[in-house]
Design a protein around this ligand. Structure first.
Ligand code: FE
Length: 303
C-alpha cells in the first residue's frame, strides 16, 4: 500500500467567476467540469480529471487536500492505520464530486481535512501520449505542469509529522528546529521522489499557507512574475531561491487571498533520504536564501 502523490487541492474562493478567470488566464489551468457550485481544473501536463477544485464560499482557505493511492484496496488499510493513530476518518462515497470514485476523508492532528483516493476519470495530457511534443502550442498564463505541493500551518508540527510518517508512510526531507533542538517549527514531507509533497510550519491550526504549481526552470519563474505583473496580480515575494528544498520560487495571491507559488527545481528524494535540519536562527536563509530574513506578510497572511 502506498500514497503516490498529491492529487488535488479544493480551494475555497469568494467570487467563483473572478477566480475561474484567474486560475484559467493567469495560472493557465484548463476548466474540466462544473457541478454544484464547484469548478474543476487541471494543468496541461496532468492526466487525471482535475487537480484544483474551486468551491464558492464565504471565506477563502482550503476545503481539503487529497493524495492518490496506488490501489483501491489501499484505502481500507490506510483507514485502519489512521484509526490506530487516533484520528477520525470517514468514507466519501463514489460520485460525491465530479469524476471521482470513493475516498476516505481524514481529520489530521492539525484539523485539516485530507482525503485519500484512487479512482478518478482520466482525461490525458494536453500533448497526448503517443509521440508527444514537449509542450502544447496553446497555453495561457503561467501554464504550470502540475500542482506540486501545499504548505499548511498547525500548532503541533511534531504530531502532524508523526501522523504523516506513521499512518500515511511519508518521509521527512527537512525540518526546522528551535536552536535548543526541542521544538519542531517546520516539517517538509514527501512520498515518492520530490523534495516535498506537503509541509507544515508552526501557526494556527486548519490554515493554508500556500498551494504551489510546478514550472520547468528559473526562467519560467521569472516569466511567471512578468505574467503576474502584466495582470496586476499582487506579488508577495519576487523570484528567489529557497534554502529549504533548494527550489526556486515566486509567491503571489489569488483574488480571494489564497497564496499561490510557482516552484521549480529542488532535489530528488528516495525512501532513505537523510533528513536535513535547519535551526531557527537560520530560518531566514532557509526560506529566502538570498534575502536571509522573513517578511511579515509571509508569516501572517494565512487563509
Ligand atoms: Fe512551497
Amino acid at each position: 500500500m502506498a500514497i503516490m502523490r498529491l492529487g488535488r487541492a479544493e480551494l475555497k474562493v469568494m467570487d467563483l467567476e473572478k477566480s475561474v478567470d484567474y486560475y484559467t488566464n493567469v495560472i493557465g489551468l484548463e476548466e474540466t467540469g462544473r457541478s454544484e457550485g464547484r469548478v474543476y481544473m487541471k494543468a496541461w501536463d496532468e492526466y487525471d480529471h482535475h487537480s484544483i477544485v474551486l468551491q464558492e464560499a464565504d471565506s477563502p482557505g482550503l476545503d481539503h487536500l487529497a493524495f492518490k493511492v496506488e490501489k483501491l484496496e489501499d484505502l481500507a488499510q490506510f483507514e485502519k492505520k489512521v484509526e490506530l493513530f487516533g484520528c477520525t476518518v470517514r468514507r466519501v462515497s463514489s460520485g460525491a464530486r465530479l469524476a471521482e470514485g470513493q475516498a476516505i476523508r481524514i481529520e489530521t492532528p492539525t484539523g485539516h481535512q485530507v482525503e485519500l483516493y484512487h479512482e478518478i476519470e482520466r482525461l490525458g495530457k494536453k500533448v497526448g501520449s503517443v509521440n508527444p511534443h514537449p509542450w502544447p502550442l496553446e497555453t495561457r498564463g503561467i501554464a504550470p505542469h502540475a500542482l506540486d505541493h501545499c504548505l499548511l500551518t498547525g500548532e503541533d508540527v511534531e504530531t502532524a509529522t508523526r501522523f504523516f510518517m506513521e499512518a500515511l508512510g511519508f518521509k521527512q526531507s527537512e525540518k526546522i528546529m528551535t536552536v535548543d533542538g526541542e521544538v519542531m517549527l517546520g516539517s517538509f514531507l514527501f512520498t515518492g521522489n520530490k523534495a516535498h509533497d506537503i509541509a507544515f510550519v508552526k501557526g494556527p491550526d486548519k490554515k493554508l499557507h500556500h498551494a504551489a504549481f510546478h514550472v520547468d526552470n528559473f526562467y519560467e519563474v521569472l516569466k511567471a512574475a512578468d505574467i503576474l505583473s502584466r495582470n496586476e496580480v499582487q506579488i508577495e515575494v519576487t523570484p528567489t531561491r529557497h534554502g529549504i528544498t533548494r527550489g526556486q520560487t515566486i509567491y503571489f495571491f489569488d483574488p480571494s487571498g489564497n497564496r499561490n507559488e510557482a516552484f521549480c527545481g529542488g532535489y530528488m528524494t528516495y525512501a532513505d533520504f537523510p533528513t536535513i535540519t535547519w535551526t531557527e536562527d537560520r530560518i531566514g536563509q532557509g526560506i529566502f536564501y538570498h534575502r536571509r530574513e522573513l517578511i511579515e506578510s509571509f508569516m501572517k497572511a494565512l487563509t
